[in-house]
Structure formats: structure tokens, C-alpha cells
Design a protein around this ligand. Structure first.
Ligand code: ZN
Length: 124
């Protein structure tokens, strides 16, 4: 999502996107990839992107399909009007969010080309 060592996501935006992506990706997989299960969406410590961990029996999810799922999930994430799980009993840092900036980041992502995960740009 971001170029390493240049324009990192802020910690609050990173955290809010984690909550939004978890809900939107689970919904996307629930609707279109019912044989798969999203186990985790977690931010990279360097704040440049996220890891997506999927229970993928027999290699049912090609990386190109995972990329499509990420593309398809972005508009769904924008439909979310209240940040999921951002309450004391559900989040260990419920005050450390920036929902509006996270939404702006998603809008920015919808305008960007999302490179297929089979060809990560930094790995050539
Ligand atoms: Zn949280």
C-alpha cells in the first residue's frame, strides 16, 4: 500500500484499516469464496501494508483471485459507516483510531492500480 521508508501509514490509520479490512474481507470471502476462511488480516509492523492469512484447502485460492478479492472488498469497506470493533471490550487500543483518514486511504486505494500478488513490485 505504501512505499517502504517514505510515506508510511500512521499508526491510527493502520489500526483502523485493520478493523475495516477484517470485516470487509471476511464478507467478500463469505459471499464469493465460501470454501475459504479468512483467518487474519494483520498490519505489517513497517506500516506499509497488511498480511492476509486464509485457510485455503488444497490450494483453492490462486493469488490472482486473492488480488481480485482485495479489489472487490474496497468499495465494501467504504460502505461501513461505523468502525467495527472499536470499543473498550473489543479492542486493546480502542482510542487509537483514525476512521476518517482510513476511509480516505481506501478512496485513494480504489484509484490506484492494485498489482497482482503474483508479481510483488519489490521482488521483481
Ligand atoms: Zn483494534
Amino acid at each position: 500500500m505504501r512505499t517502504p521508508n517514505t510515506e508510511l501509514l500512521t499508526p491510527k490509520v493502520t489500526h483502523s484499516l485493520e478493523h475495516l479490512f477484517a470485516v470487509a474481507l471476511r464478507a467478500e470471502f463469505e459471499e464469493h469464496q465460501r470454501d475459504l476462511q479468512v483467518l487474519d488480516v494483520s498490519p505489517m509492523g513497517c506500516r506499509t501494508g497488511y498480511y492476509l492469512t486464509v485457510l485455503n484447502p488444497a490450494g483453492a485460492l490462486p493469488l490472482s483471485r486473492a488480488t481480485e478479492a482485495v479489489r472487490a472488498m474496497l468499495p465494501e469497506a467504504l460502505e461501513i459507516r461505523e468502525l467495527p470493533g472499536a470499543r473498550l471490550e473489543m479492542c486493546g487500543a480502542y482510542r487509537e483510531h483514525d476512521f476518517e483518514q482510513a476511509r480516505e486511504e481506501i478512496v485513494r486505494l480504489t484509484r490506484e492500480e492494485i498489482v497482482s500478488l503474483e508479481k510483488p513490485p519489490l521482488l521483481g
